[in-house]
Design a binder for this molecule. Structure first.
Ligand code: GRF
Length: 199
């Protein structure tokens, strides 16, 4: 199974997935990293991991659709079976979502549908939530909305600081995302409407 990872920033999930594959945890290959930000730290990780890294400059494409058409072109070259969003900050066009229906995954640092969108960890913390977590889901045309594959929770203890919650969330992400990808690679996920059955 050929994977492309799309990231805009740090890329710690990208690295965790690539390493899980190299450990033999998932039968797949990360064929390439695609970024929309020239300075994304994920690109340095790709160099270190010797994974092909492609930067597509949004400034060269007058619309979201044209950008995503370029994306599809690039994905086709490497015969990509699964698109993994890992801190990818661009909204995908309906064209792209349709093209890769049920073949795009995303990870979000909250228990969806709570705290969709940016700064989810801090928002859950500042809200005074006692429980938060991580969600891996299929991507549909709405942001942080598609069918949920896996969720895992974290208790926010009274003494906990935001920094340590962030650390725990990321640690959990680095386990949960590879697991969801493994289930996908083993064809164990069946999507029926909003529900994902795990066989
Ligand atoms: C993660 O918290 C992920 O849940 C969210 O963006 C962040 C990306 O982190 N979608 P990283 O770039 O993988 O370190």
């Amino acid at each position: 199974m050929n994977i492309a990872i799309l990231a805009s920033g740090n890329g710690s999930n990208f690295e965790a997935i690539a390493k899980a594959i190299r450990r033999g945890q998932i039968r797949a290959e990360v064929k390439l990293l695609i970024t929309d930000k020239p300075q994304a730290f994920a690109r340095f990780r790709a160099k270190k991991l010797k994974i092909k890294d492609i930067f597509i400059n949004p400034d060269n494409y007058p619309s979201r659709l044209l950008f995503d058409k370029k994306l599809v072109e690039v994905l086709k070259i490497d015969k990509i079976d699964l698109v993994v969003l890992a801190g990818y900050m661009r909204i995908l066009s309906p064209y792209f979502v349709k093209k890769y229906k049920n073949k795009i995954l995303n990870i979000h640092p909250s228990l969806l549908p709570r705290f969709k969108g940016v700064n989810a960890i801090a928002r859950a913390f500042n809200h005074g939530s006692k429980l938060t977590g991580v969600t891996v889901h299929f991507v549909d045309s709405k942001v942080d909305h598609g069918p949920v594959i896996l969720q895992s929770s974290i208790l926010i203890k009274k003494s906990m600081k935001l920094k340590s919650l962030e650390k725990e969330i990321h640690k959990l992400e680095h386990k949960l995302y590879p697991l969801a990808i493994k289930l996908f690679a083993e064809k164990k996920l069946k999507v029926r409407g909003r529900k994902v059955a795990i066989n």
